[in-house]
Design a protein around this ligand. Structure first.
Ligand code: C5P
Length: 221
């Protein structure tokens, strides 16, 4: 039996991965499936929350009873998250956001030219949505949660990132080509700005989602 400990709360979850277009047919993207974000949305709804799920390029069916907003790029994700976050009790950024986007969007398909080296792709920085949400908390006590995929020095990098982003909780997991992205299971440590460290053993993404909501609910009380 799930406790409705998020009843009356509005939570915002981002999921999936952004795609940054180069031209009408090509983009820079990442391997995020959106499964962890969808698990967060489903479990929050089961615990009684009103849920807004901002989904970036996912191929998953809309979870029942959840408001889904579909976006493509980091800039679109930012707009949707900031709009939804305005009245939210908690914001969980599970989406994999591209750090950079192509500086130029070619309106027509980029052509290869014979006997010519390819042009380098110039990139510009995308806004850091998590840091922006954390810095500008829409209401006092709003709980802001980030995710960090790290390949080495997982805990040390996680602590530094938690500080840099200014969020309340940071879910840190180790990633590799066959780890986490697209998988059904996950393993993580949830770091708290209060110094707490909550290990989540290898298990379904739902279990990690429940731990995140336990920690969020504690902070909302
Ligand atoms: O810096 P890094 O990409 O490792 O941070 C990951 C966390 O920050 C995730 O929660 C992700 O959703 C968020 N993020 C963001 N905007 C960016 C990059 C990451 O909100 N431009």
């Amino acid at each position: 039996v799930t406790e409705p400990d998020l009843a009356g709360r509005h939570v915002v979850v981002s999921a999936g991965g952004t795609r940054e277009p180069l031209d009408p047919v090509r983009f820079l993207g990442n391997r995020s499936s959106g499964k962890q974000g969808y698990a967060l949305a489903r479990t929050a709804a089961a615990r009684g929350a009103r849920v807004t799920l901002i989904a970036a390029n996912t191929a998953l069916p809309d979870p029942a009873g959840v408001d889904v907003v579909r976006v493509g790029t980091a800039v679109e994700l930012r707009e949707a998250v900031l709009r939804a976050a305005a009245g939210a009790d908690a914001v969980v950024m599970a989406a994999a956001v591209a750090d950079f986007r192509p500086a130029v969007y070619a309106a027509g398909k980029i052509k290869k030219k014979d006997d010519q080296d390819p042009e380098p792709i110039a990139l510009v920085r995308n806004p850091d949505i998590l840091a922006e949400v954390a810095a500008g908390r829409a209401r006092p006590g709003q709980v802001v949660v980030g995710f960090a995929a790290e390949t080495d020095d997982v805990l040390a990098n996680g602590r530094a990132k938690l500080k840099r982003k200014g969020c309340d909780l940071l879910v840190v997991n180790e990633v590799g080509e066959r780890k986490t992205f697209g998988a059904e299971e996950n393993e993580a440590v949830v770091l708290g700005a209060d110094g707490s460290e909550t290990p989540v053993p290898h298990g379904p993404k739902e279990a990690l989602a429940e731990t995140v909501w336990d920690l969020v609910a504690d902070r909302l009380r």
